[in-house]
Design a protein around this ligand. Structure first.
Ligand SMILES: CC(=O)SCCNC(=O)CCNC(=O)[C@H](O)C(C)(C)COP(=O)(O)OP(=O)(O)OC[C@H]1O[C@@H](n2cnc3c(N)ncnc32)[C@H](O)[C@@H]1OP(=O)(O)O
Ligand SMILES: O=CC(=O)O
Ligand SMILES: [Mg+2]
Length: 699
């Protein structure tokens, strides 16, 4: 404790304090003393409120647990269940008719439809790549993934055969998005000469080719007969570059491992780097050192000869953590840790204020807004707390009211069930609702943990609650006027290598009325952008029908029987343990918060804290209800540990799980399962943080 510095009555990690004062407050021209006093006063008001909200969560969960225990052996009566939820205040009355009033929202959010990329903020190399993912090469995305119905690229240099398939697919895309009159892009021998079916699609000339727009998204067709691809192309097309990640979420939450001041400082420093515009990272790739910086804007000359630019970078959000965790980077007067969500809001907003003040090299928001994603809120009172907190932070930073916008993750059951009231609580600053179905599935299991054994994980995809949740989110968003003002977003494609499948399925998000949906990588953003050329989401939104009621949403996904075969139970358990261990070992030992973990069929799946919440809660639920025994779980963990060790054999820094059963990683995995039923809302953070802190101490 002696190495903290004291400001007002807060004890602050010295490196964090120096960062805030020197790199954030000084360029803003803010007085450090006033800031710390204001911050301390804000905490005096909001930390107790935060704690009370968490206590309320626990009280409701206790009532739910008791109710379900009392009902055991009978099937849940929907009417009685709903009355009970109303009685305990889990369900609150929906507000009357209202429309959100958010102002000063950038077009990428309010008026455009396109992919949303998420990136772990701690990884500067990825973060820069993500910010630059506004534009992506369609040729690269086609060449390197499984989207084409053609043999994969042969290793060892450019594969002409694969290249031909890529070029053909590129032409098909152009014919679809930018049809020509009486001609195909495939038969064109040179640049098109004004024969677009809709000539308004032509935007102008860039340094490398021609710029078009379809459904609000740009497409640059590059021509270069000296380029290795262009020289073999009959029209000299060297690439098709598409506008891809309109927005990117720089994630301080599900995809990072940040447990102390050192980690948080890196997160804030990286966020500052992209806001200030000077973040850079050099790394070795393919034996060559590369320096990555933020991309410049794209210049073009319009047909009337005037010069213009388009943003070269994605519009950035920052995802703060939720209300649950505390962090030792700053201690309150009583020695307790600061609520991490409050710390994130204050510091990421202060950094965002540099953008509002025009201090960044490029600028993020052109409308003077700071975009914060707030995850894991349970119900309207927690949203109202966020709204009040954002007001207080605006006052602290002397920002105009509602400068700080909020994206609400609809990823907890109490938020889905009271979504209209949640939106109402933040109605003048809301810029998105998004179905974070992964956390939402974890919360579905935890909320009804005591009700009985849950169906298998795979079956959840077709569960009535999930379908109602997705449809209600869009319907309620539209009802309150989000279309044209804010995003209605859908969840993550968690299979980064299955791009062919993504192309077949993720168009469903647009057809359901979402004007954005999450992708795990820039390549996925480029491919998913194609969907927005195929469908006009704003038109789809006009034609959507009624909003489903609460009945299906509140249907608990209990197994209809537990007479699964031994093989089925083993497969379920193995699958959960494999994903859990593969993720946890990297979180705890290496501090990596988002990993591609091979499943039992060696398909790499994106695992993060939300997917971990599902697998740990699912095993905990089956344990609680005797579907599996502790011995079976331990057996599965040991067998899967051997597999995970094998999968990581090529990593020289990897500590094998099998030789370290008492080590922090294996211990965390066991705790997540065996203590899973008692974790707050089934969250994984408390145990992950505890064991990561131990692992860091041991380094
Ligand atoms: C439930 C939720 O909350 S979902 C939201 C949280 N999830 C995320 O944020 C997912 C983010 N995605 C990722 O972290 C990664 O894509 C992973 C972990 C899934 C896979 O990572 P890897 O195995 O390293 O990917 P892979 O080897 O296929 O590709 C790496 C390349 O893609 C780039 N890349 C991959 N994902 C991203 C990303 N999200 N943003 C920017 N670049 C990315 C990397 O920069 C790298 O390129 P480079 O060598 O030129 O720097
Ligand atoms: O944060 C996203 C989710 O699915 O959880
Ligand atoms: Mg989540």
């Amino acid at each position: 404790m002696s190495n903290f510095v004291t400001h007002a009555d807060l004890r602050v990690d010295p490196a964090l304090a120096a960062f805030i004062e020197g790199e954030v407050l000084a360029p803003l021209g803010h007085d450090a003393g006033a800031f710390w006093h204001g911050f301390a006063a804000l905490l005096a008001e909001f930390a107790p409120r935060n704690r009370a909200l968490l206590a309320h969560r626990e009280a409701l969960q206790q009532q739910l647990d008791d109710w379900h225990r009392a009902q055991r052996g009978t099937s849940v009566d929907p009417a009685a269940y709903r009355s009970f939820l109303e009685e305990i205040g889990y369900l609150v009355p929906e507000p009357g008719a209202f429309t959100i009033g958010t102002q000063n929202v950038d077009a990428e959010i309010a008026a455009m439809a396109g992919p949303q990329l998420v990136v772990p903020v701690l990884n500067a190399r990825f973060l820069l790549n993500a910010a630059n993912a506004r534009w992506g090469s369609l040729y690269d995305a086609f060449y390197g993934t499984d989207v084409l119905d053609a043999p994969p690229a042969r290793p060892g240099g450019y594969d002409q055969q694969r290249g031909a398939a890529v070029i053909a697919a590129g032409r098909r895309f152009l014919d679809e998005a930018l049809p020509l009159v009486g001609q195909s892009w495939a038969t064109m021998a040179d640049e098109p000469d004004g024969k677009l079916a809709d000539e308004r699609q032509y935007v102008g000339k860039t340094a490398k080719g021609l710029l078009f727009r379809n459904n609000g998204l740009h497409i640059e067709v590059q021509f270069d007969r000296a380029h290795p691809v262009g020289k073999g192309d009959q029209a000299g097309i060297s690439d098709i570059v598409v506008e891809s990640a309109l927005t990117t979420i720089c994630d301080c939450e599900d995809s990072v491992a940040a447990v102390d001041a050192e980690d948080k400082l890196l997160a804030y420093r990286n966020w500052l780097g992209v806001i200030r515009g000077d973040l850079q990272e050099s790394f070795d790739k393919g034996g060559k050192t590369q320096l990555r910086t933020l991309a410049e804007d794209k210049r073009y000359t319009s047909p009337d000869g005037s010069e213009h630019t388009l943003p070269g970078r994605s519009l950035l959000f920052v995802r703060n953590v939720g209300h649950l965790m505390t962090n030792p980077a700053i201690l309150l007067a009583d020695g307790s840790e600061i609520p991490e969500g409050i710390m994130d809001t204050v510091i990421t907003s202060a950094i965002g204020a540099l953008d509002v003040a025009g201090k960044g090299r490029f600028g993020n928001s052109r409308t003077g807004s700071i975009y914060i994603v707030k995850p894991k809120m349970h119900g309207p009172a927690e949203c109202a707390f966020t709204n009040d907190l954002f007001d207080a932070v605006e006052d602290l930073l002397r920002l105009p009211r509602h400068t700080i916008k909020v994206g609400v993750m609809d990823e907890e059951r109490r938020t889905s069930a009271n979504l209209g009231a949640c939106i109402h609580a933040v109605k003048d600053r809301i810029v998105f609702i998004n179905t974070g179905f992964l956390d939402r599935t974890g919360d579905e299991i935890h909320t009804s943990m005591q009700a009985g054994p849950m169906q298998r994980k795979g079956a959840m995809k077709d569960a009535p609650w999930l379908k109602a949740y997705e449809a209600r989110n869009v319907g309620i968003g539209l009802r309150h006027g989000l279309s044209g003002r804010a995003q209605i977003g859908k969840g993550m494609w968690a299979a980064p290598d299955l791009m062919g499948q993504m192309m077949a399925e993720k168009i469903g998000h647009l057809r359901a009325g979402a004007n954005t949906a999450w992708v795990p990588s820039p390549t996925a953003a480029t491919l998913h952008a194609i969907h927005y050329h195929r469908e006009d989401v704003f038109e789809i939104q006009q034609g959507l029908g009624d909003v489903p009621g609460l009945e299906d949403l509140l249907t608990i996904p209990l197994a209809t029987g537990t007479n699964w075969s031994d093989e089925e139970i083993r497969a379920e358990l193995d699958n959960n343990c494999q994903g859990l261990l593969g993720y946890v070992v990297r979180w705890i030992d290496a501090g990596v918060g988002c990993s591609k973990v091979p499943d039992l069929n060696d398909v790499g799946l994106m695992e993060d804290r939300a997917t971990l919440r599902i697998s740990s809660q699912h095993i905990a639920n089956w344990l609680l209800h005797g579907v599996v025994s502790e011995d079976q779980v331990m057996d599965a963990l040991r067998r899967m540990a051997a597999k995970v060790d094998q999968q990581n054999a090529g990593d020289p820094f990897y500590l094998p799980l099998m030789e370290n059963e008492d080590g922090p990683a294996f211990s965390a995995a066991k705790d997540l399962i065996f203590k899973g039923a008692e974790q707050p809302s089934g969250y994984t953070e408390p145990l992950l943080h505890k064991w990561r802190a131990r692992a860091k101490e041991a380094i």
